[in-house]
Design a protein around this ligand. Structure first.
Ligand code: SF4
Length: 328
């Protein structure tokens, strides 16, 4: 069975951008592939963060993923820093990773432009990503268009390592284009992201969901209820497409174009459908929070399995790189 690897940052509570853009696909993939899903806390520390928040954010993400439908009987869920081989392999890859390519990565250029002082960890982020994938010799990586560049770099690193050490040990992982959706935030401007404060959490209460949807950006042409709108340029309409039944989606388009209702009416219907869709996830999360030891056990079992796989890879990496075996 082909092996899939993917990771998600421990941004705390899962938001609907993560859910619709990635995690919902992961839930489907676990039926067909051998899946390894990682909460990538080592990546998270390349951006400014508060140390006391990292562990709770990691735990909350684990709760979110399990509640969203990842099943530890069907896939492996683990925390990246619980498997030290990720950084060991990254160091080996640092010796073949091309600096010029790293500097040309779009995400590095974007993120570094916003910082006064740029740490090496941010530059090396894609090298760690290559190590994440290749540590498990994953065949497939579910990616959106915006991550294809990082995956291509991982393939380049695999090729360079194999060529440098005369091996074919590392496969070139292939993209698994899952039709991942780019979910725009409530500001109607940028991709939904916790750091931009434009998200709705999957586990938020019905009241909180409504409070966030109510002021959300719509088609600016609808200044008053009598102005017709264009649903195709309204982010709320795209959310209807994910959460509302097809008949409602069609009705929304007609009522918007014909100015047959106000945006607040439209948002209320969306809120009700979103709340109903997310209710079972919220219930599973509450059950998991009542038994945090169960979450810790799942993460421990996931890390143990990954450490076993990773130890095999690192033994081979050390051998082909010519290190003196320990204890000799
Ligand atoms: S009626 Fe609905 S789809 Fe149309 S602009 Fe308002 S919120 Fe958007």
């Amino acid at each position: 069975m082909p092996r899939v690897f993917s990771g998600i940052q421990p941004s705390g509570e899962l938001h609907i951008g993560n859910y619709l853009g990635a995690v919902r696909n992961w839930v489907a993939l676990q039926d067909t592939y051998e899946c390894l899903f990682s909460i990538v806390d080592l990546h998270a520390i390349t951006q400014p963060y508060e140390a006391q928040d990292l562990a709770p954010r990691t735990f909350d993400m684990a709760v979110g993923l399990l509640a969203a439908g990842l099943d530890p009987e069907q896939c492996t869920i683990f925390v990246q820093s619980h498997v030290p081989e990720h950084t060991a392999l990254m160091w080996a890859f640092n010796t073949v990773a091309p600096l010029g390519e790293l500097e040309r990565q779009t995400q590095f250029k974007d993120k570094s432009a916003r910082l006064e002082s740029v740490a090496v960890g941010l530059l090396n982020y894609p090298v760690l990503q290559a190590a994440d994938i290749l540590l498990y010799r994953a065949d497939l990586v579910p990616v959106g268009e915006d991550q294809l560049q990082h995956l291509e770099l991982a393939r380049e690193i695999a090729r360079r390592f194999n060529a440098r050490f005369g091996t074919d040990y590392f496969p070139e992982p292939q993209p698994l284009l899952t039709g991942a959706t780019r979910i725009v935030g409530l500001d109607g401007q940028a991709k939904m992201s916790k750091s931009l404060g434009n998200t709705i959490g999957v586990l938020e209460s019905p009241e909180a969901i409504w409070e966030k949807l109510r002021p959300a950006m719509t088609d600016p042409a609808r200044k008053t209820r009598k102005d017709p709108g264009n649903p195709d340029i309204c982010n709320l309409y795209s959310l209807h497409q994910h959460f509302s039944p097809a008949a409602t989606v069609a009705e929304v388009a007609v009522k918007c174009r014909g100015a047959l209702w106000g945006c607040l009416d439209c948002k209320r219907v969306l809120a009700d459908n979103m709340i109903a869709h997310l209710a079972p996830i919220r219930e599973r999360a509450a059950a998991l929070r009542a038994h945090p030891e169960r979450v810790r056990e799942i993460l421990a079992a996931g890390a143990e399995r990954c450490r076993r796989l990773a130890a095999g890879t690192m033994a081979e990496v050390r051998r082909v790189m010519g290190f003196l075996p320990a204890g000799m």
